[in-house]
Design a protein around this ligand. Structure first.
Ligand SMILES: [Zn+2]
Length: 293
């Protein structure tokens, strides 16, 4: 299956989107939501769409973290700030074709990524497969049923219906989802929804300019708890647990061929090689390149 990919290669996403200071509010309220949803400790965490590693330091209670992104330049930025150690593994990969054996991870996160995925249910099934039974998956998605969209729809400033279940693609490869649709995909993929937090309630330029940051963050932090009752914020965090059976991960195995699914891969000097399909997955500058072309 060849699904389109939103690639941040060579983009200045971290420096232009996050580091300019205009999104300090979004960054801080996301940090609060993550802290509330993350398990207190764990061994191996999979960070999907890790980008330049903005959230990675927040996973401090995990022993090892695998950062996955499609863009090697984003991963190089992450590596420059986090460094090379046994604690971090950097892998360029397509989320639809994950290069890991089933049942490997204790936890996974997908923050600000699902809104770029044309086939979200397919991606969620793949993520479930690489989690252990009982593993925790934290998902953030962009909510089409947000207050601003509802008001715009009521006042005829927007044609699409925020209450209908189908995703809305408001720009190419930028989707907003209905919370009930996301919950249903999660359940069908083998995830049990445990908690929902609504986040970024005050993502309105007027408020961000006029009110002190600390006040907005405090108010959002309180409003997050309403997420299990209703979801009207632009961003929603969901904590889920993997249920049902998973193939037990073979001891000592980690990667599998993302093209044909074969494992184990054979290590050579600068690559991992698949004996089944003959592909070589290069390791360059500390980054595993598993992108299927
Ligand atoms: Zn293969």
């Amino acid at each position: 299956m060849n699904l389109p990919i939103c690639d941040y290669e060579d983009s200045q996403y971290q420096s232009q989107f996050w580091d300019q200071g205009e999104r300090v509010y979004e960054d801080q309220v996301e940090a609060i939501a993550l802290q509330r949803l993350l398990p207190p400790r764990g061994d191996l965490l999979l960070e999907l769409g890790a980008g330049a590693g903005r959230n990675t330091p927040r996973y401090k209670n995990f022993k090892r973290i695998v950062l996955v992104d499609y863009s090697t330049s984003q991963l190089q930025q992450a590596r420059a700030s986090l460094g090379d150690s046994d604690r971090y593994i950097y892998a360029a990969a397509n989320i639809y074709h994950l290069p890991f054996i089933p049942g490997l991870f204790d936890a996974a996160t997908l923050i600000r990524v699902l809104h770029h995925m044309a086939d979200a249910p397919y991606a969620l099934r793949g993520i479930r497969q690489v989690l252990k039974p009982g593993g925790i998956f934290i998902l953030e998605f962009a909510n089409k049923q947000n207050l601003k969209a509802i008001l715009r729809y009521i006042f005829r400033r927007q044609s699409w219906n925020p209450f209908s279940r189908e995703p809305v693609e408001f720009a190419r490869l930028n989707f907003d989802f209905h919370p009930a649709a996301v919950r249903s995909w999660l359940q069908r993929s083998g995830f049990n929804v445990q908690r929902q937090l609504t986040v970024s309630h005050f993502r309105i330029d007027f408020l961000k300019r006029r009110l002190p940051l600390k006040l907005l963050v405090t108010l959002d932090s309180l409003a997050q708890w309403s997420g299990d009752l209703c979801q009207l914020s632009p961003s929603v965090f969901v904590r889920t647990q993997a249920v049902g059976d998973t193939t037990k991960a073979a001891a000592g195995q980690f990667f599998r061929c993302p093209a044909c699914g074969n494992s184990p891969l054979e290590a050579s000097s600068a690559s991992l090689d698949c004996s089944a399909c003959g592909r070589q997955w290069l390791i360059q500058d500390g980054i595993h390149d598993f992108r299927v072309t």
